[in-house]
Design a protein around this ligand. Structure first.
Ligand code: BGC
Length: 444
């Protein structure tokens, strides 16, 4: 038998560093359940367990709602019609993209951009007055359904002086400046809550006796969970900040956490190992590090690979989706980054990317098990997890990997009672449902 060349062995060892065996995931799941309990009673916890001031829909909600959906580099302004039977129609939608400068400037210009987009959509569709639902996909402490105090931002945003301000009031003021006083902010919600509500609305609209969704999961640029805790209401966990991940951390994760200024070291530890904003960056760091050590000089040479965040979650999905013998698309992607490659090098990139994504999926499985056990320690009942986000929807077999880890943790029989419902583009629609539920709550 010929020995594996040292360079290949080093790559294989690096792939193995991203293993997350069930023996490591089980304590992670247990820690998450414990931290949920602590967060809920206000004890120190990396989970904020934020209140949401909404409740499950009946499925009969109807009406026209303007929506602002803001959660990453993009925001959307839209007009949504709820059919009263679980159906939702997007009558109009306009997308906005933000620059890096926008992300670090004053809040008002960003809110003005959004309010003007709302104004254009309203004008184009003859809407003079309407309730507006605002999906704010960053940490915020709600004090009412229409009041949300911004906490430290995530996903690379740091608007000056935003923390501590009511984002609903800021949007309301921007709508006034845009001459849209009669578009009235009715509800503000996290995207995970909107996804949960969208799934519940669909299920109950079709069958009023249907079980609502128990959990909302976003797996895109960022990640987070919401869960219906019964008497404690629907809560936004802000699970991206869960810090019980040390057992499966690599030196690459530790360095990424240490070197980023936004979010600061120690914050969003789970998100930094799981979500689309970071997975490509982990791969980029691995390639730069292995270049000189594993005789892959191209990875270390001057190229776009030297630029932080040059590799993103969508790249990772593309790499995984390439099933050609010569990994032609991986080659094209590397070329576009200025990196020449041999077929062997492309295979190494693919193996490393797959290891990083697989660990992410397994961590998500552990977090879901930890959340569901909080609701039902024995996992005796059927449960539904509503999921949205580009990583879940776009990364080949991500869901399969998540399910594998859940089966390892709770066994096939219990895992079979856990349904994952992919609800694509659910957040604007879910926010409209939340606004309609808020209107019903107000009239009670
Ligand atoms: C934010 C959450 C959000 C998640 C998914 C995280 O960075 O903190 O509020 O739900 O991203 O968009």
């Amino acid at each position: 038998m010929t020995a594996m060349p040292a360079a290949d062995a080093m790559i294989a060892r690096t792939v193995a560093r991203f293993d997350a065996p069930a023996s490591a995931l089980e304590p992670i799941a247990r820690d998450l359940t414990r931290q949920m309990a602590r967060g809920l009673v206000g004890e120190p916890s990396s989970l904020k367990m934020l209140r949401t001031f909404t409740r499950q829909p009946s499925g009969r909600e109807r009406g026209r709602v303007m929506v602002v959906d803001w959660g990453g580099t993009k925001a959307r302004a839209g007009l949504i019609e709820l059919g009263g039977d679980g159906s939702v129609r997007t009558a109009a939608e306009e997308a906005l993209t933000f620059s890096e400068g926008d992300k670090r400037g004053a809040p008002e210009p960003v809110f003005d951009l959004i309010a003007r987009a709302v104004g254009r959509v309203a004008h184009a569709h003859g809407v003079a007055a309407a309730p507006l639902a605002f999906v704010y996909s960053y940490p915020a402490r709600l004090e009412r359904i229409d009041r949300a105090v911004a906490l430290a931002s995530t996903k690379g945003w740091r608007l000056k002086g935003l923390e501590g301000q009511d984002v609903a009031a800021l949007l309301g003021a921007a709508l006034l400046r845009a001459g849209r006083a009669r578009i009235r902010l009715a509800a503000v919600a996290n995207d995970t809550v909107a996804t949960l509500m969208r799934q519940s609305y669909r299920a109950r609209g079709l069958d009023p006796g249907a079980r609502p969704a128990d959990v909302g999961l976003i797996l895109g640029t960022g990640t987070n969970l919401a869960a219906d805790l019964g008497p404690a209401g629907i809560r936004n966990l802000e699970s991206g900040n869960f810090d019980g991940v040390a057992a499966v951390e690599t030196p690459y994760d530790a360095a990424l956490d240490r070197e980023l200024d936004e979010p600061p070291p120690g914050a969003q530890r789970f998100e930094k190992m799981v979500s689309g904003h970071y997975l490509g960056e982990i791969l980029r760091r691995v390639l730069r590090d292995l270049g000189p050590r594993a005789a892959r000089e191209h990875w270390a040479a001057p190229s776009a690979l030297a630029t932080p965040f040059a590799v993103d979650g969508a790249h990772l999905s593309r790499i995984a989706a390439d099933h050609t013998g010569g990994l032609d698309d991986v080659g094209a992607l590397l070329r576009a980054l200025g990196v020449p490659s041999t077929v062997e090098e492309r295979h190494a990139v693919r193996a490393l990317g797959a290891a990083i994504a697989r660990r992410a999926a397994r961590l998500v499985g552990a977090a879901l098990v930890g959340t569901l056990r909080f609701l039902d320690a024995e996992l005796a009942d059927r449960r539904t997890i509503a999921v949205d986000g580009s990583l879940w929807g776009g990364y080949p077999d991500f869901e399969t990997r998540v399910r594998e880890s859940m089966v390892e943790l709770v066994g096939g029989e219990r895992a079979a009672r856990i349904e994952t419902a992919y609800v694509k583009d659910s957040t604007s629609a879910g926010a409209a449902v939340i606004a309609a539920v808020a209107a019903a709550q107000r009239s009670e």
